[in-house]
Design a protein around this ligand. Sequence first.
Ligand code: BGC
Length: 549
Amino acid sequence: MRILKVLLAAVLIQTVFSLECITGSLRQDKLQIGYQPITVEQCDTNVTACFSFYHNDGTHFTYKLGCDISGLCLTSNGCSLTADPGRQCCCDTSSCVYQNATQPLTFSLPSNFAFSTATAAYQIEGGAFADGKGPSIWDIYTRKPNKIRNNDTGDIACDSYNQWEKDIQNIKDLHINEYRFSISWTRVLPYGTNDVVNQKGVDYYNKILDALNSANINPVVTIFHWDLPQAFQERGGFLNPNIIELYGNYSRFLFQTFGSKVQKWVTINEPLSIVKYEYCGEAVIHAPGEFREHCDWMVYQAGHNILLCHSKAAEIYNNEFRATQNGQIGITISGTWMFPESASKDDTDACERGYQFDWGWWANPVFNGSADFLGVNYYRSLKARNRNSDEYTWFSGYKLALDSGIVTDYDPNWEIISWISVVPQGLRSLLNKFKTEYGNKPILITENGIMDTENDIGFQDNTRIRYLRGHLAAISQAINEDGVNVIGYTLWSLMDNFEWTDGYSTKFGIYSVDFNSPNRTRVAKASATFYKNIINSKIVPGFSTIGDE
Ligand code: BGC
């Protein structure tokens, strides 16, 4: 009896005097999101502190609260913080992660930051031969058998030529500030030259521009997103220097026709992809698809003329239109960020060469008065190392890999989805590199996004949500912690569309499109709501609370 009383008293004392801690955890890693609801726990009597732990490297998020059974909090004197991006905190109270245990780290974006989403003409419009439109190289290339997965073509695509009002409605629903789309050269100028104008094509873009402007959404217009007039391809495309004048005239036509309605122009989308996949394509071949054998010299010839096309358009804008239209002009460049495979000088030098071949080639020459901002498309990072002279590197666009003297590969620790590696910190590093190289000129992220994966069920596209969260958090860090001048973010893409050689099988949209229905029905995926919440709050949540994914 006496023993029982003592035992009872001990239990009572423990219940009364043992520490109470909030416990719970949330973990989000490659494939899963795990969540244990937050509860209050009575700790063992020997526990003298609660702990909280928060780690966020942009891709993986871990958040834990609980009783400090291991006793680490004592050794770290109650509370310790590790350097960002990992954060660990032990406290003798139950609220200490970042201000408040129930409100962990968030990433803010500036109040004037522009949120946007993007498409490109050939990928969404369809109406490939409607109302007097002339053929582009993609209209011709997609007719060749077995070039595109399932022999898909952009003949109908998302049918945005007819369904554009639905697109505008979806764009409005997102509350975005800008919308990036491209003009189909041969829809407005069927033969490419200014002597024949297709008024119906002009009307089409006027309707879109008017609808955007009246909804207070700034159009960001890409002058050229790969759909070169077939007529010019037959005369050599970007290999023929006469393209500079032809492209200049086309740009002048756009400035004249639409310039009063457009404040941001992007001259060329991704010169690197053009030279790599059109003129050097091996694994990935883009229209017109005939030049692989001549890659060695063509890659540089085409690149040179593309840069001159850009500067011709900028010169025309500066001399003839800037005073009255007062808009901005930039170019959109793309590539990978490269992390050195080792800390050796050879490998860090290799990464620098890799940077110059991917990005510097295009970015170095444009801040001479021919660009107000740098448009940046970022999808992935790679590991790079020095290439030994006897090593052959197989790579699409191999000529550039050979000449830059580097070997690239994915890091097995990264999440790899098709050709994309999910590495938000690579974007942060890239943005910092631009800041150092070009005197902190304005940077507009003109594309970033990922395809649906088999882990996404229905419209619940968690992979994309995680990708967006990580990259937007990295951009927030680049702006707020590193002082990089990033002015906006554009998500690729508004909706599933014709994904070049992958046809319709690869889906990048935050709206799904039913390509089997004649209406091409659009339905918002979960990422559209996730993105909209960020746009409304300008806050990127460090992780989700239950229910938002
Ligand atoms: C292009 C887009 C394309 C996206 C995803 C970018 O390189 O500009 O047209 O759909 O990547 O592959």
